[in-house]
Design a binder for this molecule. Structure first.
Ligand code: TTP
Ligand code: MG
Length: 405
């Protein structure tokens, strides 16, 4: 165990032990060793004696999953005629109009097209690409299916974005390769799409790893790989380093993660302050003790509908608004929350979107109150001569129902 960082740790019954950042091979050995020292029989549950959290400090195995060219892949899946073609998703899908690229299929990326590029630039690079509008509702639906499939592997999941998640697989049976293969199979069976996976001892390294062999990749990183695999990468690959920090570091002639790791902590603290300077110092060495965030208090509860055909009939609009209010009320009751602000969203056929909000005196989950507020809001939207593509209702400013008045 000569490579391991050793720190002293005292286990519950007084056996002196060494807390260690172990790689995959050592994980089982550490568990076995503890069990052996306790004279344990097969089937013995170590967690009865040592709190899970303490053992996890030693043996964490974190997996990061990120879908490949997500929005474009969803579109290619539902329109087989555009499989294998350069596909660009962004704005209203019309490159002669304003808007930026949300994502591009791997075929389109060969032309230099990437996220956040103006649609008109993408068109110049590849006029034959298929340009499509963003259908956020559909991507969210597929995202939900993917997260459900992942929860079948472990409930210890942090939902970090529409197409990515962290899973703590420390206690999942099987090798890292077996678990990754199981996830890829499940995601593909549920959606027909591919994903890339990174596995490491913490979130920071797992996130970098999942991006290393895209698409349909699997990368395992452990401590001994940091110098060879992580240090040559640009500082932007570190989660938490954005364009501003990148520019700041460039001025200091720090371009790679290795350049950053070579800096004394004092220099980074002086340049970036105590918190961020220390973060940069640890991150560049692959150190990250952050836990998975598996539960968030909801900020709002919302429902929306996109119509097959745009509508301009007030009766129809009113009916949908009433239905959505009913669903929001049900969702709130189910989750035990009440909302104080009701907001409606109307998207017209030209993709212009307006929102109107009403704040109530008390937080509520009562259908009549939500519906009345939604209709008050609708009365403040100019509908004349316009066709509606989408309607949404949201209850925000949430309070726990048992605390709300
Ligand atoms: P990413 O995972 O960053 O990109 P991606 O899934 O399209 O491609 P990759 O294979 O490299 O992971 O983002 C997920 C989705 O989020 C992406 O499909 C579209 C959306 N998105 C934007 O709308 N704007 C952006 O600037 C980025 C980066 C992503
Ligand atoms: Mg992705």
């Amino acid at each position: 165990m000569s490579r391991q960082h050793v720190q002293s740790m005292q286990l519950k019954d007084g056996i002196a032990w060494t807390g260690i950042h172990v790689d995959d091979v050592w994980k089982r050995k550490v568990r076995l060793l503890i069990c052996h020292a306790m004279g344990a029989q097969p089937g013995f549950d170590l967690s009865q004696y040592y709190p899970r959290s303490k053992i996890d400090i030693i043996v964490k195995r974190i997996l990061h999953m990120d879908m490949d060219a997500f929005f474009a892949a969803v579109e290619q899946k539902r329109r087989p005629d555009i499989i294998g073609k350069p596909v660009v998703i962004g704005g209203s899908g019309d490159p002669s109009k304003r808007g930026v690229v949300s994502t591009a299929s791997y075929e389109a990326r060969k032309f230099g097209i990437h996220s956040a590029m103006p649609l008109c630039t993408a068109y110049k690079l590849c006029p034959n690409a298929v340009f499509l509008p963003v259908d956020y509702e559909e991507y969210s639906r597929i995202s939900g299916i993917i997260k459900d499939a992942l929860r079948g592997i472990t409930p210890i999941l942090e939902d970090v974005g529409i197409d990515e998640a962290f899973l703590d697989i420390s206690d999942v049976k099987g090798t890292s390769e077996e678990i990754a293969s199981e996830i890829k199979k499940k995601v593909h069976a549920a959606t027909g799409l591919t994903c890339s996976i990174g596995i490491a001892q913490n979130k920071l390294l797992a996130k970098i790893a999942s991006d290393m062999k895209k698409p349909d990749g699997l990368t395992l990183i452990d401590e001994k790989d940091i110098a060879d695999c992580i240090w040559p990468l640009t500082v932007r690959k570190l989660w938490g380093v954005g364009p501003k920090t990148e520019a700041h570091l460039k001025v200091l002639q720090i371009n790679t993660i290795g350049d950053l790791a070579a800096q004394p902590i004092e220099a980074l603290v002086e340049e970036f302050g105590t918190a961020y300077g220390s973060f940069l110092h640890s991150a560049s060495r692959g150190i990250d003790d952050s836990e998975l965030v598996t539960h968030w208090e909801p900020k709002s509860s919302s429902r929306e509908t996109t119509f097959q055909t745009d509508i301009d009939n007030w009766q129809q609009i009113a009916k949908h608004l009433a239905d959505l209010s009913r669903e929001v009320s049900k969702d709130l009751k189910r989750s035990g929350y009440k909302g104080k602000t009701v907001t409606i969203k109307i998207r017209f056929s030209d993709f212009k979107t307006v929102t109107r909000a009403k704040t109530l005196e008390h937080a509520t989950d009562v259908l009549e109150e939500i519906r009345k507020a939604a209709f008050d809001c609708l009365g403040r939207v100019e509908l004349k001569g316009k066709k509606v593509r989408l309607i949404g209702v949201r209850a925000g400013n949430l309070e726990k129902a048992d605390c709300a008045g």
